[in-house]
Design a protein around this ligand. Sequence first.
Ligand code: 0X9
Ligand code: ZN
Length: 458
Amino acid sequence: MKFYAVFSPVILTVIVLLSLCVPGGTGLSTVPRNSDVLIVDPDIPTEAIPDDVAQQSVPVDEPVSYEGAQLWRVDFDDQRKKNAVAELQAKFDGAMWAFNATSVDIFLKHPKLAGARKLLRRAKISFDVVIDNMQRAIEQENPPKDQLELWENRDGHHMTWTAYHRLNDIHEWMEYLGKTYPDLCSTKSIGKSFQGRDMKVLRISNGNPSNSAVWIDGGIHAREWISPATVTYIINHLVEEWDEQPEYIRNIDWYVLPVHNPDGYEFTHQYDRLWRKNRRSAIYGRCAGVDLNRNWGHKWGGQGSSKQPCSEIFAGSGAFSEPETKAVQSFMQTSAANWKGFLTFHSYGQYILYPWGYDRTVPSDHEDLKRVGDEAAQRMKKLGGAQYTVGPSGDTLYPASGGSDDWARGVMNIKYAYTVELRDTGRHGFVLPASQIQPSGEESLLFIDSIASAISKL
Ligand code: 0X9
Ligand code: ZN
């Protein structure tokens, strides 16, 4: 894009400032990858694809290769550096993956590296190469397939917490839990994704009618694999060690959706490891996918979301335009459950975030949310786990409207609504080695324990 030729310095400054508020930037940075062509995944049931879309479709061919692509951590502590980062986004398709007050993680594809390096050297801005070949990192993230096959066929399921599993393994294991522990567990498909996959929820409950209820979800962002892995780790612990749990955990009805974005999740396993959004099909050459964490109905379409289909933070055509968000909204609103907690797991950065996300402001009881979050973070650290930063989302991370946590708090009035950004702080980013599932699961158990304990005191 001929960025400087098109925009005046004043407009440039405004756009730069806006683009710094969000990961992946605004429309400036999000030059479509393989998403600007009309593609439909070949293994989805064709009846799930509307006719007008199916007729326009061509099959996806080769998986996306990230050979030579790099993740850079760039200094970001003054306006000059921020402008340079915006230029990296605009001119070199740099995708902003995460940032804090002093540095930003920028993902760059191989052909753009030389130009981007030159830009930073000329501006005398220092940076570290955190991942020097993304394709290599992707290949090393999960144990090799033949090793995975060796572990198969125990107890009628294939689930483990030493590898990242496909959707089918997760769903079959949930069915197994329902069959094995019928007095404690039940499964329900609360709807279908855009491509027709089930949105499977596991309910864990002792059936006590006075119970409070807690919602947990993972995998709303497709590439954040540690999230479904951690959420299933939590389920496994609760179910397999139910009798050893304290009363405040046993007197909660737990509703868990491990893979909120099943189409995106499968797409990351088969075609593009770094896909974020759902798989709403591109129509007439436009980009595919809606960011499901910009699609909820509290302050939808505000700061930190985009109206551009090609953006990584595209909010969709309206609040709840997507079947994946609509299904959860309907399920929670029509359920008789006494919702007191809403916990949504993402990665990465190691944050415990609470509302509001749409702006740099807090609800009146923010001190309660901070105290409970801090307690959890302290216990997690003490266990020898990772260090989590606790704070209101818009202020601690960046303002982003249309998130599920804001809806849970703003519309459903659920007191303990948190977004957890799991491991790590950027060394591996979204491509976190499977060996970290277990420690991530252990520290997250302490988090849900702290929330359950706080709910019992309400
Ligand atoms: O931007 C997001 O959706 C979340 N971060 S991520 O890197 N996993 O994409 C943070 C969402 C925090 N909540 C709200 N802003 N409502
Ligand atoms: Zn996320």
